[in-house]
Design a protein. Structure first.
Length: 499
């Protein structure tokens, strides 16, 4: 919201457009502006705002219709060709609803209707001269390697089972997504993964298609140097304690790298409202998505993801758009691979443009209090994520405050109970640890509170509490309707030695 307010303080220009939305229909010339921004440097479009930046708002009953029309038309080649599906965000400011459309710079040249539009400081204009159209194509071809065409590739070069995986991910993110009814070839084309280079006249699947759907042997044939090297160097700084060598499509690479993080990095108990969330997941899924979405893939330098004792360092080949440290209040989002970024947005693995860095800053203050991440733009993009809290001084004694010690004590207690340890898996053990922590911090929990906090069913909550009661850590006090689970003295002793 802070970033939105800062943008609205600016004047309309090359990367910013305000439009009124006083009816249930999309504003006139909206797609001309979107087309022009896709062809130029991207930008932000706000609906419900006057030209001078004054908030006019959108009537609440119009919002759903406007969003639906925008999503469907951005996916319609007769309106935007090639399509570039967009998802606006609704914000309420000063009691008025507005829509924000984050438009990236595209790696393709787009038409609105029959015309190509470009963007200038005075607004949008048609591009009709052939020399100017050629300049647009050349500029994008020279910058965006994801759009390189490989005419010899066929559908058989792609991993067929990935299409079902992709549809499930899209469905989980949006049950009404317009791609869900498409066949495999149609999906690839509408997603911009099949195209034609008007300069060379080559037609076929592009590099983005290879990276997203390619079989492992296809990827090796096209990009023999591609790999993500994930390592743990907590004890052995010269070699590694553990290593995962990832050389597969980006959809599965994302999952493999997240699994590596879950295996080697601690999580912290955290409530967002009444809901428990994983800080580790919220931080590192953004970091991993950024690594995948923004890499310069024709550069042979490998991506490295290295876990040290007190920080994680990610180094990625990059086509820099600027230089130096990126700060949340001052950086301008710029996708290095717009087609891949757009695809990950549809899967629900990336939020709107530029949200990754903002989300990491947001959650890291609770994951590693007192420490900040670093995002350094250069030929090699470097990301540093600190782990754990800084040291601070109290009564002349330096202490390191960490939840890990408490979690370890509870885990040791649970693992030491052979009757229980053999009957439950690691995931259940971790949830039991978090449940004990929350009962301690809240001085008791009802079953409904427990179900809400951990997003579990009643039967699962009752089973967990039965397990902890049998271990002697909790007891139930009060009536069946309003009673609470409390820690026993044995449960409280788990926390006695900690401040």
């Amino acid at each position: 919201m802070h970033r939105i307010r800062k943008i609205l303080e600016q004047k309309e220009g090359l990367r910013l457009e305000f439009k009124l939305a006083s009816t249930e229909f999309l504003p006139d010339n909206l797609f001309e502006s979107i087309c022009a921004m896709l062809n130029r440097e991207g930008g932000d479009v706000f609906l419900g705002v006057k030209d001078d930046g004054t908030l006019n708002g959108i009537r609440p009953e119009y919002v759903d219709r406007i969003i639906s029309d925008l999503v469907n038309l951005s996916n319609n080649p007769s309106k935007l060709d090639p399509p570039f599906i967009l998802h606006p965000k609704v914000y309420e400011l000063e009691g008025k609803l507005i829509l924000h459309i984050a438009v990236p710079q595209s790696s393709e040249v787009h038409k609105c209707g029959k015309y190509i539009y470009d963007r200038g400081h005075q607004g949008d204009y048609k591009v009709t001269q052939l020399s100017h159209i050629a300049l647009l194509y050349n500029r994008k071809r020279n910058y965006y390697s994801e759009a390189i065409i490989y005419p010899a590739l066929t559908l058989s070069d792609f991993k067929s089972e990935l299409f079902a995986t992709v549809r499930n991910l899209i469905r989980n993110n949006n049950t009404n997504h317009p791609w869900l009814g498409l066949g495999d070839e149609q999906l690839l084309k509408i997603a911009g993964l099949y195209g034609k280079d008007p300069i060379s006249n080559l037609e076929g699947y592009n590099l983005a298609a290879v990276l997203l759907f390619g079989k492992d042997e296809t990827i090796v044939n096209v990009l023999s140097h591609f790999k993500i090297d994930a390592m743990v160097r907590k004890n052995d700084l010269f070699r590694y304690d553990d290593r995962s060598y990832i050389q597969t499509n980006l959809i599965e690479a994302y999952d493999q790298l997240n699994s590596f993080v879950e295996k080697h990095l601690p999580d912290k108990f955290y409530l967002q409202g009444d809901q428990r969330i994983s800080l580790r997941s919220h931080i590192f899924r953004e970091v991993i998505a950024n690594l995948i979405v923004h890499r310069e893939y024709i550069d042979a330098h490998p991506s490295t993801f290295i876990i040290y004792k007190d920080y994680v360092e990610i180094i990625n080949a990059n086509n820099p758009h600027g230089n130096g440290l990126l700060l949340p209040d001052h950086f301008v989002p710029f996708p290095k691979n717009p087609l891949i970024a757009k695809f990950f947005i549809q899967l629900g693995r990336v939020d709107e443009l530029g949200s990754g860095i903002l989300n990491v800053y947001r959650y890291l203050k609770d994951y590693s209090p007192g420490r900040e991440p670093q995002f350094i733009e250069d030929k090699l993009f470097k990301t540093i994520i600190p782990i754990g809290e800084i040291l601070y001084e109290t009564d002349d004694t330096i202490k390191e405050v960490t939840d890990d010690a408490i979690n370890d004590a509870i885990n040791d207690a649970i693992n030491g109970d052979d009757a229980i340890n053999d009957a439950i898996n690691i995931q259940v053990q971790n949830r039991l640890v978090d449940e004990i922590r929350l009962i301690y911090e809240k001085n008791g929990l009802t079953l409904r509170n427990l179900m809400t906090a951990f997003d579990i069913k009643r039967a699962t909550g009752q089973r967990d509490m039965k397990t902890l009661k049998e271990m002697g850590y909790v007891l139930f006090i009060g009536s069946n309707k309003s009673g609470k689970y409390m820690l026993t003295r044995k449960g409280e002793t788990l926390f006695d030695k900690f401040p």
